[in-house]
Ligand binder design. Structure first.
Ligand code: F7E
Length: 355
C-alpha cells in the first residue's frame, strides 16, 4: 500500500532531498510551505525545482508550523503515515538576534505538530520524526552521542532541546511513535549560502573564475562534523521504520575546522593556501602569488560559540544499519563543482561575496 508522508520545511535542503528519497520509495509526499516561498516560487521552491520535483510529485500546502489550527486541519485531511518536522529557523547566528521567534518556530511549532497528531486521534497511527540537532550539545565535550549531557549555548540550541524533550514526553505520555534524529552538520550543493560551507565553496568557485574579492569568515578554529545531506535523509527515514521509537545521533565521526574546510575547497581548484598571523589578524594567503584570499571578520563571531562537534553514530550504525557514504573530500569536491557549474551557467553575472 502507498504510504503518505508529510514534510514540514519541504522547501529547505533536507526537505527537498527527503521528498526525492521518499518519492523514489513510492511514497505519496505532501509538504508544508510558508507563504513567502509560495509568493516567490522562483526562489522559495528552487530546491524542489532543482531536483525535478514538480506538479504531481509533491503536493504542497501553504501554512506555517506556528499556526496550530492550520496544522490541525492539514494533518486531519492528509492522515499521514509519517510526519517529518524539518521546518524551522536553522541559522544559529540569527537565533541570537531573534530568540523569541526562534522559540516560537522551533519549539512551539514542534508542539503544534505533536498535539495535532494527538487531538486528531492519530497517536497510534502517525509516526513523527523530529529534526533535533547537534547544536543541543553546545559546550559538551566531544565526541558526543545519545548519552552525552546536553549544554546548549544558543537560543537555537535551547529551542531544539525543548523540542527534543517534547518528543520524548509525547512518546512516553501518549505512546506515540515520535523519534528524534540528532543530526550533526550536513551539507550539499543545495545548502543555503549563509552557512559556512556553502559560503566558502561559492567564493572558491568565484575566485577560480577571476573574482578579486576576499572571503571574510568568522571563527576559523570552530570544528564541525560535516556530512552529506543526501546520506542523512536516508537516516531520517530509517529512524521511523523500527518496531519502537527511539532517538539516534547521525554523524560521520570525522571532524574538521572551518580553516581546514576552506583549505580543502581552495585545494580542489588547485589553489594552495597557507595561514599567516593569528586571531582576527589571521589570513589565508595563496602560496604561489602571496595574494590574500581569506580574512577574519570580527563581526561574524557569535556571542557564544559551540567549539567542537564530533558525533558518535554507533547506535544508528548498529541498530539502523545506517552509515554515511560520502567522505569529507567527496563532499567538498561536490559542493565546489556544483558552484563552478552554476557560475558557468549564469556567466558569473549574479555572483557576489555577500552572505
Ligand atoms: O557554522 C563558523 C561558525 O552556520 C558552522 C545548522 O544546520 O548545523 C548548522 O549550524 C561554524 C560555526 O552552521 C563563518 O561560527 C566561521 O562555528 O555553517 P554554520 P552551524 O552553526 O554549525 C547545526 C547542526 C544545525 O542544526 C543548524 O541548523 O562555522 N563560521 N565563519 C561561520 N559560520 C557562518 N555561517 N558564516 C561564516 O562566515
Amino acid at each position: 500500500m502507498t504510504k503518505t508522508a508529510f514534510i514540514t520545511g519541504i522547501a529547505g535542503q533536507d526537505g527537498a532531498y527527503l521528498a526525492q528519497f521518499l518519492r523514489e520509495k513510492g511514497y505519496s509526499v505532501h509538504g508544508l510551505v510558508r507563504w513567502d516561498s509560495y509568493s516567490d516560487p522562483l526562489d522559495g521552491l528552487a530546491r524542489l525545482d532543482a531536483l525535478g520535483l514538480v506538479g504531481e510529485d509533491v503536493r504542497l500546502h501553504m501554512g506555517d508550523v506556528t499556526d496550530a489550527n492550520n496544522l490541525n486541519l492539514l494533518i486531519r485531511e492528509i492522515r499521514p503515515d509519517e510526519i517529518y518536522n524539518l521546518a524551522g529557523l536553522s541559522q544559529v547566528q540569527v537565533s541570537f538576534e531573534t530568540p523569541a521567534s526562534t522559540l516560537q518556530i522551533n519549539t512551539a511549532g514542534t508542539l503544534n505538530i505533536l498535539d495535532a497528531v494527538r487531538v486528531n486521534g492519530l497517536e497510534n497511527y502517525t509516526r513523527v520524526y523530529q529534526a533535533s540537532s547537534s547544536e543541543m550539545f553546545g559546550k559538551a565535550r566531544a565526541p558526543q552521542n545519545e548519552d552525552t549531557k546536553m549544554e546548549p549555548c544558543s537560543p537555537y540550541g535551547v529551542a531544539k532541546l525543548a523540542s527534543y524533550h517534547l518528543v520524548k514526553s509525547y512518546r512516553e505520555s501518549y505512546g506515540m511513535y515520535a523519534a528524534n534524529g540528532i543530526l550533526f552538520n550536513h551539507e550539499s550543493p543545495l545548502r543555503g549560502e549563509d552557512f559556512v560551507t556553502r559560503k566558502i565553496t561559492k567564493a572558491v568557485a568565484a575566485v577560480e573564475a577571476g573574482s578579486n574579492d576576499v572571503l571574510r569568515l568568522g571563527n576559523l578554529d570552530s570544528v564541525r562534523d560535516w556530512g552529506d545531506a543526501r546520506d542523512f535523509v536516508a537516516g531520517m527515514w530509517a529512524i521511523l521504520q523500527r518496531g519502537a521509537p527511539d532517538d539516534y545521533v547521525l554523524a560521520t565521526g570525522e571532524a574538521h575546522s572551518v580553516r581546514e574546510f576552506a583549505q580543502a575547497a581552495f585545494a580542489h581548484v588547485g589553489i594552495s593556501l597557507e595561514w599567516r598571523g593569528a586571531g582576527v589578524d589571521e589570513k589565508g594567503v595563496e602560496v604561489k602569488s602571496g595574494r590574500v584570499l581569506v580574512e577574519v571578520d570580527r563581526q561574524l563571531f557569535r556571542p557564544s560559540e559551540v567549539h567542537h562537534l564530533l558525533g558518535d553514530a554507533a547506535k544508528a550504525r548498529d541498530i539502523l544499519g545506517w552509515a554515511p557514504k560520502t567522505t569529507f573530500e567527496g563532499l567538498v569536491a561536490a559542493m565546489v563543482n556544483a558552484d563552478r557549474a552554476a557560475l558557468r551557467l549564469d556567466g558569473g553575472a549574479s555572483w557576489s561575496m555577500a552572505g
